[in-house]
Design a protein around this ligand. Structure first.
Ligand SMILES: Nc1ncnc2c1ncn2[C@@H]1O[C@H](COP(=O)(O)OP(=O)(O)OP(=O)(O)O)[C@@H](O)[C@H]1O
Length: 372
């Protein structure tokens, strides 16, 4: 039998009254809903555990996430954390409906999103019937950016997602993007991270300071979003080892084309003529802005939203090429193009416009670039 667990918020969301409820499901109800967690009902497997499609007694279709790494957490502690997460509601975040914490079982119940993840639909090799036209991609990019901005800037304390990537962007029936897995890092035992368990699918999204030093800040989410944005515009995964070596890494490839002033070649060919090329190139440049090595040079998320929507216009701005970008001598470019690129590479930077020069440099980190 369902019941409701009354909780006083540990970490209140601004503007709320401090009182809220988390729906508690019994293990037997979730077992029934998912046909005993059958293989046929399994829709995914992630670093936190397995995900099953289920139908509740009232007919609601849900996604049931059976957590694997949290069994050491006590019921009260688990519910307290979950209560904080379930308070967080936004159009671009997956809604947590409730949970189960019986014995060693720790299970989360979410709204079911009909159109799967961006990883499976836009980037997946299995193909999908969804047509991601340009306006849909804009809606997805802006929606994800708004969801992250909400987590970073509108709730207290802010939530750093830590794992922004295409498989964590789910799509509802109208292709509205919903970010999943936010706040779940709090449910892990101390010193544990689910990221390392699925590093292959995550690696290309990790900011250098996160990958090398384990340093997690809002700016590491911004970096991951930048990579995701390149994927949305190009329609391809950030890493594709089936391509020739120089094309395998999307961020590198985008940099090469940017330096060659051939950025439009990065845009997904499937879009045909159905797009605004200038807007798509602007999105790619925002992706490059977000993936700069220096955290202070990456814009914050609400600024990214305004850049994407065109409310913040580019005038003069500089993007620094990440140190990891290799030398592209093996790329087949015309000799005149090559010459032109040499000049650009020697300065190890590129410029494009934005009306706000100050924002990306707002932290204490001093940029070392020269003026354009
Ligand atoms: N609310 C949901 N509605 C529909 N499908 C879902 C839902 N939540 C998860 N899924 C499916 O389950 C899959 C696994 O999700 P999960 O978030 O556990 O792992 P992941 O994102 O693939 O990997 P990781 O845990 O490393 O981030 C998703 O890719 C998606 O296909």
């Amino acid at each position: 039998m369902d019941c409701c667990f009354m909780f006083r918020k540990k970490q209140p969301v601004e503007g709320d009254d401090g009182e809220h409820r988390v729906k508690i499901f019994s293990y037997s109800e979730l077992r029934k809903a998912t046909h005993d967690f059958s293989g046929a009902n399994k829709i995914g497997e992630g670093g936190f555990g397995s995900v099953f499609r289920g139908v509740l007694r009232d007919g609601t279709t849900v996604a049931v996430k059976v957590l694997s790494a949290t069994s050491r957490q006590g019921v009260r502690e688990f519910l307290t954390e979950l209560t904080a997460i379930s308070d967080i509601k936004h159009e671009n975040l997956v809604t947590l409906i409730g949970c189960c914490a019986e014995g060693s079982h720790r299970i989360l119940v979410y709204n079911y999103l009909e159109n799967n993840s961006l990883a499976q639909t836009l980037l997946g090799s299995r193909g999908s019937n969804i047509r991601f036209d340009w306006r849909t991609r804009v809606k997805i990019a802006v929606g994800v950016a708004r969801g992250i901005a909400f987590l970073h800037e509108e709730i207290r304390p802010p939530i750093i997602h830590r794992d922004i990537k295409a498989s964590n962007i789910l799509l509802d029936k109208d292709l509205t993007p919903k970010i999943s897995d936010f706040g779940l890092a709090r449910l892990l035992p101390p010193n544990a991270t689910h990221v390392s368990t699925r590093v292959a699918g995550t690696l290309g999204y990790l900011a250098p300071e996160y990958a090398i030093r384990g340093q997690v800040t809002k700016k590491s989410d911004i970096y991951s979003f930048g990579v995701l944005l390149l994927e949305i515009v190009s329609g391809r995964c950030n890493t594709n080892t089936r391509l020739p070596y120089e094309d395998q890494f999307l961020l590198e490839r985008t940099w090469v084309r940017y330096e060659q002033e051939r950025l439009a070649e990065i845009i997904d060919a499937d879009l045909g003529n159905d797009l605004d090329v200038d807007e798509a190139c602007r999105f790619l440049k925002i992706g490059l802005l977000c993936t700069q090595d220096a955290m202070a040079r990456r814009p914050n998320m609400s600024t990214v939203v305004r850049m994407l929507t065109g409310e913040k216009h580019f005038s003069v701005h500089r993007i620094t090429r990440p140190a990891m970008i290799t030398d592209f001598a093996d790329l087949k470019v015309s000799s005149s193009q090559q010459k032109e690129n040499e000049t650009t590479r020697s300065s190890n930077m590129r410029s494009f416009s934005t009306t706000d020069e100050t924002e990306p440099f707002s932290s204490s980190e001093t940029p070392t670039q020269t003026s354009i």
